[in-house]
Design a binder for this molecule. Sequence first.
Ligand code: AHR
Length: 628
Amino acid sequence: MKYKNYFSVLLFSTAFGIGFAQSPLQLKIDPNVSIAPVSPTLYGLMTEEINHAYDGGLYGEMVRNRIFRKEWSGYEYWNLNQLGNGRARMETGTDGPSKALPTSLKLVVTQASEGNEAGLANDGWWGMAVRPSTVYRGSFYAKPDGITSAHISLIADDTGATLAEAHVPLQGADWKQYTFTLSTKATIKPNQTNHLIVSFAQPGSIALQLVSLFPPTYHDRINGNREDLMKMMAAMHPHFLRLPGGNYLEGDTIKQRFNWKETVGPLVDRPTHPGTWSYRSSDGMGLLEMLEWCEDLHIDPVLAVFAGYALQGEHVVGKDLEPYIQEALDEIEYVTGDTSTKYGAMRARDGHPAPFTVHYIEVGNEDQFDKSESYQQRFPQIAKAIREKYPQFKLIATTRVKEGNPDAIDDHFYNSPEEFFSMVHHYDHVDRKGPKIFVGEWATRIGEPTPNFAGALGDAAWMTGMERNSDLIIMASYAPLFTNVNPGGMQWSTDLIGYDALHAYGSPSYWAQVLFAKHLGSYVAQSSADQDNGLFFWSSTVSQDKKTLYLKLVNASEKSQEVVLQIAGAKHGPASAETLHAASRWETNSIVQPERLVPVASKVQITGASTRHVLPGNTIQVLDIPLQ
Ligand code: AHR
């Protein structure tokens, strides 16, 4: 959190006559009267492979196309690297180290010696981030013929300087995995214009597969996640991770669904699969890695299971659905079963004997798009099977169903700021006797790759409505969470967090989420305003433990709004404030200006039962007001 002097902003806006939206608004709050409980799990995260969220994003792997998939143009992201009179050519290897990876790249080194090496260079994910005094862990599978040593190095693109290197002795003539480390010196500057070279100083041939390089990861996990992005998610105070969400669960065809069994176990046994957003998934971020992501953030998974419908319309019902129901039951056992169960034992084999805690299971994704309406059959069939074996779990349906009695419905909203401003009362009058609501995907879509301040205003307005209705809305997660900001990195605009190989930043919407999730009480206090200009929103929740009123104020107008706060039982004295403000709705953060808009801490004097307060235009503010 940045601590800038916010008072100067307030004084500036009043002293220099930035006009007021209208006459002072009277906001009455009685923290002693609860109108609804707040869901303790309201804010969470949703994840899917889109915008290079995993490969080229959170998943730490630095090598791109590590399994040497061949496209018509050759082995994308791999090039020959020939020093001096070293010479080599690439061929397709006719075997590989496993059933899942049955081919390889065969490098035929026709001429090479010390100083005249021949080999391969990998571009990484729009470069490779290299930092000083850092140890990188690498590995590869190889089947050498006449070559007894590999030279691995990280090279600066612009100078050709070697930043770190290792020599790896090779033994035998069969497939074998080799490991190495690369250590950088203290003197290099962090940068991302680097590439990896795997080269050889002897003639011969060598088949290669699964060439991998990892930086230090969050909690030092092998095959783990980028530290910066994990820290940014931790700062959002999430309570759950919907995994894997979105179209990624469904696949374009049933064959291309998220087939969890092919995403667990050693990497060499994962065949990889085509995603739904124009690139192939390495499946390095598999089911267990997603669960460990939850573990590292101390949050629970909301486990989404494939429900027999794929994006292009393919679907199965009745008998044909049964194999997929079994697949879902096996998945639930893998996640939650103890080690005496078949799939619990498989999870233990994969390195995680302890089961994960799950409360909610989501059946499918956006099944309202299945024009055949087969979900009306599929949901009850799947729900029955899950409840028979696992009555303890609550089930989420992805659209309204007539049968199957879901515990919650997953509603999705992708709207403009104005649409969200007009929808803040959307859930106010929804029948409380029906299923609960999970707002499993939502975002104010404006700005790219990440939202501008208008997005944050739409989000904040919408969140005030979700908080007021969080007796009904048990969970909510913004989507998409991530985007790689490099050209070609993004498939879906307006994403919460942007990054390249070296840097990451939070959009204004990210900071709005941080503010809202960090200050959330356990019940909604009774409140009312004497006027409604359509651009002023608030949420008032109370923490009984902390004897604090969390008052969130949103002024989506360009002009200042004077608010008279009439709070029963507020203590006289300073209240902590955190304010996110922009000069215009188009202002934003970016990879080059990552912290242009961040919350600013200050104090606001509460002067008893009635406090005059000015909220500048384009402002989202949270006040922590101590109660008597
Ligand atoms: O989050 C982007 C996409 O939006 C998701 O994959 C899908 O569920 C929704 O339509």
